[in-house]
Design a protein. Structure first.
Lengths: 637, 289
């Protein structure tokens, strides 16, 4: 898909958990010591770095997880700051309560902005948030209630238990636990079911949706969360500076948030904090240095450094400082293996030679009840009718094959049935739910999923990670649960266990911790099937599952499908290997030029004159078939 | 009624500036899928270079030529140095990259030309009044130049081989490469067009709307909104979108509140994207994959 974010690292969960405990502890110690070793002016820079790191963290989540950019995060920052200022100075609300309200207000605004825009491609959100930042500046400067251009004054330093935090060192130390907590929550979200799903979306949106991931909803949630982070920064800013004016929503501030996140490295939460310190240090240094170099330079001259840095990082070091760190660590340890030092592939690890039913599930529709009903399905691309008035009913527990020459419309039919493409006309009903023209995750929710003719493996993830995304709908943890980690841990373990079980079943167990893209082609197909099976679907659509497989692999796959059928699953497959299909399927539908020319048992189809003509070029009465027979079936894997 | 005519006319001339900026967005987006956040800076830079050239004693026309040439060089350098080296251009990467260039250009203008807004000498100062509507000569110049430039760009895309090659890259990159069109060259040409058109927009706008190091920010945003109104892929749509935005802004400023002028673009963007993502003037097309 066109929209791809920067790659998120996909280390195994256990390793990363230990690494994070160490990482956060080290950071905590460094931050706690900082105000005592740094000179006073630098501690002041440090306070701003901590405040801004909260906003940068939010932005890092948005970019790293959701693959979206906000160019107006200072707008959310300002809304947080203004709300806090108004509540504290005008209504004498306590600081903590006010900040809760400030964050809530900001999240509501973010929801209103994100709701229309996150449905669209990424640059619209970027430009709209840029406009949003400008609007916040304009509105604040126009509003007498908000003090117009001079803003709101006299916000007191925070006070807890009679202690006022008014020195640089004290405020710094007050912020450290806030930032660490924010970091921990962000880290938990990245490592969670939500983070995994969004990482998958960045690799292949359509595949993630097919496994039940509601991309729009998750992106929106992350956007709102990211605005919340910015508003927390805003409240801290209001109390420290004591005044909030329209400059709080200034574009250069949004740019510096962005630079902090990018410089530190997207996809790692530490990057935002480290980036914030680096950028604030740079900002301070350039503001001093440039007027000395260029006499008479005034204003936001530090932007020149920001601009150059943003551009050079994106070209030479897209992973930011974090990329530098991982590369260095890999060099030092003298190993070029990916995280975990994956074992070698277990070549030809065959499926267990068992023929029993597989993945039977409680509450599955009884064999023979209609599951998928396709009626009058039609797709026109301009003047070409790719699929013409297709009717097809699939019953629980049967294997239906969809065959036909190249360009017959098989994959288009699949795309419409699974919701990836909206039909021109016709209906698709899956287990009582109308799914046509809706997103693939609706199809998945109705208990059906698919694989792809051109593999849609989640490339930045391990085999296990791929299959765990398949468990998305069979697990519950939302954003809040993920952030708070404790309720999520148990479920994570269960998800991992069931994914490993499934991999063992398909003979992929030995490859579980390898990057999925490192596997040979045939085994990647198997990973895709395992991933689909992890959903425990009632209906599985397979688009050319045999293509590119060796003879032995094909036999294994056929056996697997028979066992799944015995377990009560319905399977529809598009396939070019006609003999394999006729041996496997209960019923066969033949498409030609978008029209279903035959439907019946393999035996019936094998002797159907129109089918024979389409495939073998025998002269029949049917003129349409003659045309195809003359050009040949054109079979290519 | 006179008020309305006055506002509409002022809106049209301002909209013509947005239209020129919008054409720059469209030129680059169609070829490379990149939204060039530095497009507004092209205009600001054009204005500032022209002002300082006039200040150093060049005749106006020569100053304009210098300004357009300078921005064209900057645009081409930007393409070669920042866009061309990136192998996997995602939306995220392209936005951050062009934001970096935009920020760098802004700061450079601040350092070289200082923080104050200035206006270029108009071609003919003053104006006249027709039926109560006062018209500045510069506004007529803006409309005339915008009409000529957009017609020229349109003609280039529709009638010349090079223009058709560019459109081919936009619609079918793989097929275009197969018939021997170089995507790198196409991208370079697109940036060249965007740079020239942007500089012309900046030069024409400067006498009335003034130019400063940061005027590219809102100008760029409004150009983008105008381009979006036209569906982001059509020169004609961008021109119509620019004019519409200019008129709506002026009507809002005249009848509602001057302060809300800048809010119009943003609200329009959201309304259009929700109601009709393919643009008001665009055909609804399948997304480019």
């Amino acid at each position: 898909m066109a929209r791809r974010a920067l790659r998120l690292p996909g280390p195994s969960a256990r390793r990363s958990r230990r690494g994070d405990v160490i990482g956060i502890s080290v950071l905590a110690v460094l931050l706690a010591v900082f105000p005592f070793v740094a000179p006073g002016s630098l501690t002041n820079v440090g306070v701003y770095a901590l405040i801004y790191s909260l906003a940068a963290l939010g932005l890092s989540l948005l970019m790293g997880l959701a693959g979206q950019v906000s160019l107006g995060h200072a707008g959310f920052f300002a809304i947080g700051a203004y709300t806090q200022a108004v509540l504290v100075t005008e209504y004498e609300v306590g600081g903590l309560l006010a900040s809760v309200a400030a964050v809530a207000v900001t999240m509501a605004v973010a929801l209103a902005v994100g709701l229309p825009l996150l449905r669209l491609r990424g640059h619209y959100l970027a430009l709209a948030t840029l406009g949003f930042g400008i609007i916040v500046t304009v509105l604040a400067a126009e509003s007498t209630f908000l003090g117009a251009t001079s803003g709101i004054f006299g916000i007191p330093k925070p006070e807890f238990n009679g202690r006022v935090y008014n020195s640089t060192t004290e405020y710094f130390l007050l912020l450290v636990p806030v930032v660490l907590l924010a970091l921990l929550l962000a880290r938990n979200v990245v490592e969670s079911r939500i983070g995994r799903a969004l990482g998958a979306v960045n690799d292949s949106e359509v595949a993630a949706e097919t496994l039940g991931v509601d991309t729009f909803r998750l992106r929106l949630q992350v956007f709102v969360l990211s605005a919340a982070y910015a508003s927390v920064a805003g409240t801290a800013f209001a109390h420290w500076l004591g005044v909030v004016n329209p400059n709080a929503a200034n574009f250069p501030l949004s740019v510096s948030f962005l630079l902090m996140a990018v410089l530190g490295g997207l996809g790692t939460v530490y990057g935002a904090v480290i980036g914030a310190f680096a950028v604030e240090g740079l900002d301070d240094g350039l503001r001093r240095l440039i007027p000395e170099l260029v006499p008479g330079a005034v204003g936001e001259v530090q932007l020149i450094g920001f601009g150059i840095l943003l551009t050079t990082i994106m070209i030479f070091l897209p992973g930011g400082l974090y990329q530098l760190w991982t590369t260095a660590r890999r060099r030092l340890s003298g190993s070029d293996l990916e995280d975990g030092g994956a074992p070698l592939p277990a070549e030809g690890a065959a499926l267990p030679p068992d023929e029993g039913p597989l993945l039977a599930r409680e509450g599955r529709p009884a064999a023979g009840t209609p599951l998928l009903e396709v009626s009058g399905l039609t797709k026109r691309f301009g003047g070409v009718t790719a699929v013409d008035d297709l009717d097809l009913t699939v019953h629980a527990g049967e294997i239906v094959a969809l065959i036909g020459p190249n360009g017959a419309g098989k994959t288009t039919a699949f795309n419409m049935i699974s919701g990836a493409v909206a039909p021109t006309a016709g209906t698709v009903t899956m287990a009582g739910t109308r799914v046509e023209g809706r997103k693939p995750h609706v199809f998945a929710r109705a208990g059906a999923t698919r694989t792809f003719q051109n593999l849609q493996i989640f490339g930045s993830s391990t085999v296990l990670g791929n299959v765990m995304v398949g468990r998305h709908l069979r697990s519950r943890t939302g954003l809040i649960g993920a952030a708070l980690v404790v309720p999520a841990r148990r479920e994570e373990r269960a998800v991992e266990a069931s994914a490993r079980e499934l991999l063992d079943l398909l003979g992929l167990g030995a490859d579980a911790d390898r990057l999925a893209v490192d596997l040979p082609f045939g085994r990647q197909r198997l990973v895709e099937i395992a991933r689909a099976l992890a959903l425990q679907p009632d209906l599985l659509l397979l688009d050319e599952p045999m293509a590119g497989l060796s003879g032995a692999e094909r036999r294994d796959l056929a056996r697997l499908l028979r066992r799944l059928r015995a377990g009560g699953m319905a399977i529809v497959l598009v396939e070019h290997d006609v003999e394999a299909v006729l041996a496997l399927a209960d019923r066969v539908a033949v498409l030609e030029d978008g029209v279903r020319i035959a439907l019946g048992t393999p035996e019936q189809v094998r002797h159907d004159p129109a089918v024979v003509a389409a495939y073998l070029g025998v002269e029949p009465e049917d003129s349409a078939a003659v045309a195809v027979a003359e050009t040949g079936p054109g079979e290519l894997p | 009624m006179v008020d309305l005519l006055q506002l509409v006319f002022a809106g049209l001339s301002q909209g013509a500036v947005y239209a020129l900026v919008a054409i720059g967005f469209v030129a680059i987006f169609t070829v490379s899928g990149v939204i060039n956040l530095a497009q507004g800076e092209f205009a600001a830079l054009g204005g500032l270079v022209a002002i300082s050239a006039v200040g150093s004693g060049l005749p106006l026309l020569a100053a304009v030529v210098v300004a357009v040439a300078t921005v064209a060089v900057v645009a081409v350098l930007m393409e070669r140095l920042t866009i061309a080296p990136v192998k996997r251009m995602t939306t995220l990467v392209s936005l951050i990259l062009t934001l970096g260039v935009s920020t760098g250009l802004k700061a450079l203008m601040l350092l070289v030309y200082g923080p104050d807004a200035e206006g270029l000498t108009p071609i003919n100062p003053g104006g006249f009044t027709v039926g109560g509507v006062s018209i500045r000569y510069q506004e007529l110049w803006i409309l005339a130049v915008a009409a000529v430039v957009s017609a020229a760009v349109y003609w280039f895309y529709e009638r010349t081989l090079a223009g058709k090659a560019l459109r081919a890259c936009a619609e079918q990159p793989v097929a275009a490469r197969l018939v021997g069109i170089s995507l790198g060259r196409a991208s370079l040409t697109a940036f060249l067009i965007a740079g020239c058109v942007g500089a012309i927009a900046g030069v024409m706008a400067s006498p009335i709307y003034f130019t400063s190091w940061e005027s590219g920010l809102t100008l760029g945003l409004k150009g983008f909104v105008a381009a979006t109104l036209g569906g982001l892929v059509s020169v004609r749509g961008a021109v119509l979108g620019g004019l519409l935005l200019g008129v709506l802004e002026n009507l809002t400023a005249g009848y509602v509140s001057t302060g809300l002028r800048d809010a119009v673009a943003f609200l329009l963007l959201i309304v259009v994207l929700v109601a009709r993502p393919s643009g008001v003037f665009g055909r609804s097309a399948e997304a480019r994959v």
